[in-house]
Design a binder for this molecule. Structure first.
Ligand code: URA
Length: 206
């Protein structure tokens, strides 16, 4: 039988480092089994802006840091275009282990399920408690639904400043990897401009 490590965030977390250490042994859902490591949030400890993605990808799983692969490079470009310095924000994910399936030699991303998102939520809550951002940017449906609830639709409410259950306002937008999947240059440019516009809305509130 699998041993389920009950690593939990401390009730009054003191620092991101303390949380990162505690989360390293988290086995609250099954994703730890096939992942290389827990990929915890990273960035400025008391950043005004927190960006929340879905889950680490292949590169993030190997390097142990969020948004360092292709989606991360696109996010960095969008932040730059929006006039936001990546070094001054805090970046994390709703789920902190990589969920994947094997296709030949490749590890293909699989969307985390509702139970996996729920199991990881205490870590996200603890990060918000420590960082105390002024605004959170929810990148894609998984992050948006983790924070705002399962009925939330990014397509209906993107780019608006909304109240969240955490008491921190949020702006929801698309996930950068949806832009990587755009079928042609024109669609990519339009999607990128919309992401940048949403990031600017968030920057104005940070
Ligand atoms: N996609 C995410 O949602 N998060 C990452 O860290 C990388 C890719």
């Amino acid at each position: 039988m699998r041993y389920l490590n009950v690593a939990q965030p401390p009730p009054s977390p003191r620092s991101v480092e303390q949380l990162r250490e505690a989360a390293a042994s988290c086995q609250a859902c099954d994703l730890w089994e096939n992942a290389t490591q827990t990929v915890f949030g990273d960035g400025t400890e008391h950043a005004r802006m927190m960006l929340i993605g879905e889950q680490p990808g292949d590169q993030e799983d190997l390097q142990g840091k969020p948004f360092v692969g292709p989606a991360g490079r696109l996010l960095e470009k969008a932040l730059e275009e929006a006039g936001i310095d990546r070094r001054r924000v805090y970046v994390t994910n709703a789920v902190k282990h990589f969920r994947w399936t094997r296709r030949g030699k490749r590890r293909l991303h699989e969307k985390p399920n509702a139970g996996q998102v729920r199991a990881c939520r205490p870590w996200l809550e603890a990060e918000i408690t420590v960082v105390q951002p002024r605004i959170m940017v929810l990148l894609g449906a998984t992050a948006a639904q983790s924070v705002m609830g399962p009925a939330f639709r990014v397509s209906k409410q993107r780019g608006e400043v909304l109240a969240s259950p955490f008491g921190v306002p949020v702006v929801a937008t698309v996930h950068p990897s949806s832009i990587l999947r755009a079928t042609d240059d024109e669609a990519r440019e339009v999607a990128m401009s919309s992401l940048v516009a949403d990031l600017k809305v968030a920057a104005n509130r940070s």
